[in-house]
Design a protein around this ligand. Structure first.
Ligand code: HEM
Length: 482
């Protein structure tokens, strides 16, 4: 009967599907890129049957606006997936929780206590100290003229900043060493973005996940992260707070007072789920953005030089860039925008799920359909951008295009109710770190490598990162010569 009802409706176009797997085979190793190729044939709203899951891929700024703005409320749930469910302690976090009162209340608490502009500004000193310590450590390496692994250095920078601001402790004071840590973060992001068979094949998928080993990888990732969160919580319980209350103190107080959110009392699992969002959401995205930006800059010496000149002229002999300088560094801000246009870490946003029947671009989309917005593709759409593959920050000069809209060309932070609540926190960290890296050093490629040799291959999980580490040679800039 349902089928007859649907007959007059029009589903979006899409490639023909195979029995059982549907269109799963069309995703390939880098789904954002395969899906962008499909758009050339099928247009900006594509219907795919991924195993048992109806999925719509959105690939234009206009249709993205329809999903994220016009129909925001109809499209603001999240699908329940094996990887995200396990790592979010059964969806009691913010990023993967389905739409409802719990999500709304928890998001409100975190925005107030952690992500608000006032809160983020109050952590300025921590960011400046951590960036100074990064510059120091790179200066040491520059004495011996060997290259540094920027991927590794920036990962510890981001981890230290996020851990100190959110959990009140330095990351280095915990159980992972740096190499291990990189592995744990990448593995967790792989698991959050994994295409688990149980998500696509109800009832039988779990058997496949056990056979392929995905299930045990997920369990391992869960236990490694869980141990780390437990440490953070125990430390908060042990030490009397002399300093200002942080988000963990606040959540622990809610737990102690048996406060209920949407009828459920807060437990340590709730706290761990939030820790996961803040830790993985904050560290991974920031590092990815900084690495891609530096990789693009060494490939484009003209842009690198222009950015350095702006910073060095404005800062003069001060010796470092402070946060209050950033607003004046217009070109640097355009460099970050351009990096996030070409390399948004969450290439397909976080999957959404429709709550009701809607029409996008005239096509019918039913409740419980998964929606993915290909922001990576929109960032490279030749209908929007001139020479889209080139790194040209000047394109943002005298332009109103911004992460906050008004239009949806630049969607690195998503938009609407589910948009990233920590955009300001993420941007200020990236801008401050890049400004200081560019002010304090000239950057050379190792061993006679040429600009065109920089490997730009991508690797994909929930986020898409540079596959190979970025190794560069820092040459200390002599401020006295100014
Ligand atoms: C350059 C930095 C960052 C980028 C590019 C970024 C990007 C994103 C994107 C694309 C989404 C999904 C939006 C959607 O579905 O429409 C998101 C959600 C989220 N981000 Fe970020 N993010 C960044 C930094 C951060 C930081 C620093 C934190 C926390 C410390 C954070 C925490 C979150 C959370 C909790 C959500 C889930 C929101 C929800 O579902 O209600 N992000 N972010």
């Amino acid at each position: 009967k349902k089928d007859i009802k649907k007959q007059n409706k029009q589903l979006p176009p899409g490639p023909p599907k195979l029995p059982i797997i549907g269109n799963l085979h069309q995703l390939g190793a880098l789904p954002h890129s395969s899906l962008w190729n499909l758009r050339k044939k099928y247009g900006p709203v594509i219907f795919l049957q991924l195993g048992g899951v109806p999925t719509v891929i959105i690939s234009s700024a206009k249709t993205a606006s329809e999903v994220l703005k016009v129909h925001d409320l109809d499209c603001c749930s999240r699908p329940l997936l094996a990887g995200t469910g396990r790592l979010s302690y059964n969806y009691i976090d913010i990023a993967f929780a389905p739409y409802g009162n719990y999500w709304r209340e928890m998001r409100k608490i975190c925005v107030l206590e952690l992500f608000s502009t006032k809160r983020v500004q109050s952590f300025g000193l921590i960011r400046e100290q951590e960036v100074a310590s990064l510059i120091n450590s790179i200066s040491q390496s520059s004495l011996s003229a060997i290259h540094v692994d920027l991927s590794e250095k920036l990962l510890s920078l981001a981890a230290n900043i996020i851990c100190r601001t959110a959990f009140g402790k330095r990351f280095q004071e915990n159980e992972f060493d740096e190499g291990k840590f990189q592995e744990v973060v990448h593995e967790a992001m792989a698991m959050l973005g994994s295409f688990s068979a149980s998500d696509f094949f109800p009832y039988v998928g779990w058997i496949i996940d056990r056979l392929t080993g995905l299930h045990s990888r997920l369990e391992k990732s869960f236990h490694e992260l869980d141990g780390f969160y437990q440490q953070v919580i125990d430390q908060h319980l042990k030490t009397k707070q002399e300093k200002e209350e942080d988000i963990i103190d606040l959540l622990l107080k809610l737990e102690k007072n048996q406060t209920k959110i949407d009828g459920a009392p807060i437990t340590q699992d709730h706290i761990k789920a939030i820790l996961m969002n803040v830790f993985l959401g904050g560290v991974d995205t920031g590092v990815i953005t900084m690495i891609w930006a530096m990789a693009e800059l060494v490939r484009n010496p003209r842009v690198m030089k222009k950015a350095q000149e702006e910073i060095r002229t404005y800062i003069g002999k001060k010796g470092k860039v402070n946060e209050e300088d950033i607003e004046e560094l217009k070109y640097l801000k355009m460099v970050v925008k351009e990096a996030l246009r070409l390399h948004p870490p969450s290439v397909l946003l976080i999957p959404r799920e429709t709550l009701s029947h809607i029409k996008i671009d005239g096509y019918d989309i039913y409740p419980k359909t998964r929606i993915q917005v290909n922001v990576w593709g929109i960032g490279r759409d030749p209908d929007i951008w001139k020479s889209p593959e080139e790194f040209v920050p000047e394109r943002f000069e005298d332009s109103s295009i911004d992460f906050k809209g008004p239009h949806d060309e630049l969607l690195a932070f998503g938009a609407g109710k589910r948009g990233c609540p920590a955009m300001y926190m993420g941007l200020i960290m990236v801008e401050l770190a890049l400004a200081n890296l560019l002010y304090c050093f000239d950057w050379k490629l190792p061993n006679g490598m040429k600009e065109e040799d920089v490997n730009m291959d991508e690797a994909a999980g929930l986020t898409v990162y540079k596959k190979l580490p970025l190794n560069l040679v820092p040459v200390k800039y002599k401020i006295e010569n100014e």
